[in-house]
Ligand binder design. Structure first.
Ligand SMILES: [Zn+2]
Length: 414
């Protein structure tokens, strides 16, 4: 054995001599693999894992899509695993595109309640560095359950119907449909207890009507239930025949004046100032001291041929008698009308308004916020009247109702 042949330069010389140049690229390859192994060995950084589409503690229904972006700068991503309540999920992702994976979580196959989804990404290093993200979430695929107080299903003509609805879970929206109209029901101190207020017209036929309640929960599950509502006949007083003097006859028959008054009043009743808020508190007060001269709903016939129910309460006293706000609210009308004279309308929110008419003086301005019992004007005889009195009205969602009921009943409970 020749000693010299063990020397490396001799080996190179020998390669050169033998013209075996192909050994060089193989050598570079071996060094490269070695380098790669070293860098792989030194990769102590776990993959980056970012997940959008699900939030810890949130509630979901139906199918939700998780967008997962995963990457590993050093050694690359070896695996991505999805776990649902500790059981591995097949990776039936819809698209794998440059580390962006969208994965559909179908909650309809899960029971309502708490669940955990985990995503684990591992890199290719010998350490198999892992990143895990877990999301505890809730599933709700059940429609809410609706419970209505039995008192909510009866109402007399000219009265206010208050519908009290209890839901077995927080609701985002509660609506009812009655007489072909949709009404919003507002939360009553909690997101599981709601109230709808509907005025029943004095001439609304007394019979049974379908009342449809529609409740949407926080994730969009919707329940719809139909109840039977009974409108009961109210025996209104009959006021006989009223002979108006010629000037008043002419006024009553003036359709333009009537229309103009009604448009202004209508706007004041429906103005959506803080409409979702309840600006009143407890029962209403009587707005003036005096003698009741005409009750609500009294049926009268005029020498103009007009026959109608009196849609307010008349309280008579001398000119200048103070008139107080029945409850808190925002003044949405303060001015002179043709037939109603100097008038004030207070919008109490949630479709409830009160009106004060034939005043001699108005002490408030439009947009002013008034408190219960605040002086708003003085009694008078403006507009079409036969003497000094207050015509006091209440309107609930566009329909005139008996104001007296609001002084006797606190609508915050059945
Ligand atoms: Zn009146």
């Amino acid at each position: 054995m020749k000693h010299e042949e063990n020397r490396p330069w001799t080996f190179v010389q020998s390669i050169a001599k033998q013209q075996r140049w192909w050994v060089v690229p193989i050598g570079i390859g071996i060094v490269g693999v070695g380098f790669f192994t070293v860098s792989n060995l030194l990769d102590l950084t776990p993959p980056n894992l970012e997940i959008i589409g699900i939030e810890k503690g949130s509630t979901y229904r139906g199918r939700i899509t998780l967008k997962v972006s995963v990457g590993d700068a050093n050694s690359g991503v070896a695996s991505l695993d999805f776990m649902l309540d500790d059981s591995p999920q097949p990776l039936a992702h819809d698209q794998v595109e440059a580390g962006n994976i969208s994965w559909t979580l179908d909650t309809t196959s899960l029971s309502d309640g708490s669940h955990v989804v985990s995503v684990v990404a591992a890199d290719t290093s010998i350490f198999r560095n892992k990143t895990q993200q877990s999301f505890e979430f809730r599933v709700d695929n059940s429609p809410p359950q609706i419970d209505v107080s039995p008192e909510s299903l009866r109402a007399g003509q000219g009265r206010t119907l208050a519908i009290f609805i209890r839901v077995n879970e927080p609701a985002a929206q509660v609506e009812c449909n009655l007489f072909g109209w949709d009404f919003t029901c507002y939360p009553l101190g909690s997101d599981t207890y709601f109230r709808g207020l509907i005025g029943i017209g004095v001439t609304h036929p007394a019979k049974t009507y379908p009342l449809t309640l529609r409740v949407v929960d926080l994730v969009g599950n919707t329940a719809e239930e139909v109840f039977q509502l009974e409108v009961k006949r109210t025996m209104f007083q009959r006021g006989g025949y009223i002979a108006l003097p010629p000037a008043q006859r002419k006024n009553m028959m003036n359709k333009a004046k009537n229309r103009s008054d009604n448009i202004k009043r209508g706007k004041a009743y429906t103005r959506s100032t803080k409409v979702g808020m309840q600006l009143w508190n407890g029962t209403f007060i009587e707005p003036a001291v005096g003698r009741l001269t005409s009750s609500f709903g009294k049926y009268r016939e005029y020498n103009t041929g007009v026959r109608r129910h009196h849609l307010g309460i008349d309280i008579a006293n001398s000119v200048g008698t103070p008139i107080y706000a029945g409850n808190g609210g925002i003044v949405t009308l303060a001015g002179r009308l043709h037939l109603y004279g100097k008038s004030v309308v207070i919008n109490h929110g949630q479709g409830v308004s009160s009106s004060y008419n034939h005043l001699s003086k108005i002490h408030v301005v439009a947009e002013e916020h008034v408190e219960k019992g605040q002086l708003i004007g003085l009694m008078g005889a403006t507009g079409q009247v036969t003497g000094s009195h207050l015509h006091w009205g209440m309107v609930v969602n566009g329909v005139a109702v008996n104001p007296r009921e609001w002084t006797e009943r606190d609508f915050s409970a059945p």
